[in-house]
Write a protein that binds this ligand. Sequence first.
Ligand code: NDP
Length: 481
Amino acid sequence: MEKIRNYINGELVEPISKAYIDNVDPSRGKVYSLIPDSDERDVELAVAAAKAAFKEWSNTPKEKRARILQRISFLIEENLDKLALIESVDNGKPLHLAKTVDIPRAAANFNFYATGILHYSAHAHSMEDTAINYTLRQPVGVAGCISPWNLPLYLFTWKIAPALASGCTVVAKPSEVTPMTAYLLSEICITAGLPKGVLNIVHGLGPKVGNAIVSSKDVPLISFTGGTKTGAHIASVAAPMFKKLSLELGGKNPNIIFADCDYEKMLSTTMHSSFSNQGQICLCGSRIFVERSIYEKFKTDFVERAKKLTVGPPTNADTKVGAVVSKSHMEKILSYVELAQQEGGKVLCGGKRKIVEGEFKDGFYIEPTIIEGLAYDCRTNQEEIFGPVVTIMPFDKEEEVLMMANSTMYGLASTVWTQDITKATRVANEIHAGIVWINCWLLRDLRTPFGGVKSSGVGREGGFEAFDFFTEPKNVCIKIK
Ligand code: NDP
């Protein structure tokens, strides 16, 4: 069975403990590779390598750094089919999704930040004839990057690429649930000629490896994407050490559908925003508010389409909904369906594990699930489920739907459907969220800042904000008179 290795100081190495954890293919429910069960000792080696490489990497001309990062981008593109297949086995997501979204976006992340850094500039301020102030932006040092399992390579590279482009060196940990594409990325980095120690990838468990990265006195910056509870723990460790911190956390995103929307476009996009990647995208809409006059029609059409979605093995061409990422996650999702029923909800479709025939019979499949009849403030409508489960609720007035939409502790993303641009803009202004999509979903220019408000996170990644995060401003004042 294949053993994944850590990538430390330019080499692929075994964990010091020589211990491994099972890596399960969620579409079959079977172990298919082994992940290093690394600990603080491996993290210490990785941090030492990153620290040693920092001086040279941060002083490498931007053009040279950009060329190496672009080479990584090309190699990801060249290996698209292989990476997509591995990501879909590791994660359970439909292969076509990995091919068209996850892997191309990972390549785009490297290309975007490689070229972006060439155009990133700092400010100068003149105090008339007294002095000139200029701001130097210097890379912070060793960046700790920790990412989740839902969009494995996409989110991993979303952190690593701007960190490396900015001149930081990196110690990174992918989710232990989906480590395989990060492992292939380490091979790609070696082929691309990334100098040793510039990027180090340590595999293993969050409480061991993740915690060791966050606690290291030699890692002054943490970029984390994951659950809100983990984020709170990380903040409690990092804050007393005054680390720079970016936290991209959970969501419970509202879709607000007005009766005057383009109905067909809304319906097909809502299918995607509800069930893409088995609902395991932090930006999926999970609470759907529909204006009462079209509620019954929407309910009938939405349920009918959801029932037609093919749930099955990720590699089947007609699969629209693959496996959820793990057995424990499947059990968590199903426990929320049970809770919803206890809270008075009616399951309109799905709600159960689906058993797929043959070699996939032990895989973790859940039918797309739509629930109605719940109060906006019950637990099902307040807590993140992170699976193919959505609730639908009617509304009468704009103020009422805004109150319900804004009632959770989260504030990551939202979607508004209406042809009335004035109303759309007004509602967008009032929604507590880092992103509002009007008549679309998941469209994003990489130059825009990305992140949530309230318990969905602090800090912004994306765009040139990412360079601001991975660098420290130093103001230099020159007296000229
Ligand atoms: P977790 O918070 O469980 O894990 C995220 C990462 O943190 C993993 O690599 C995990 O390792 C690691 N980790 C766990 N415990 C610690 C610790 N004590 N110290 C340091 N690192 C630790 O999240 P999930 O992987 O379950 O991902 C799903 C969550 O991510 C959802 O809540 C989702 O909304 C959120 N998310 C947010 C996004 C955003 O942009 N706002 C985007 C995508 C997802 P291990 O896997 O080994 O436990």
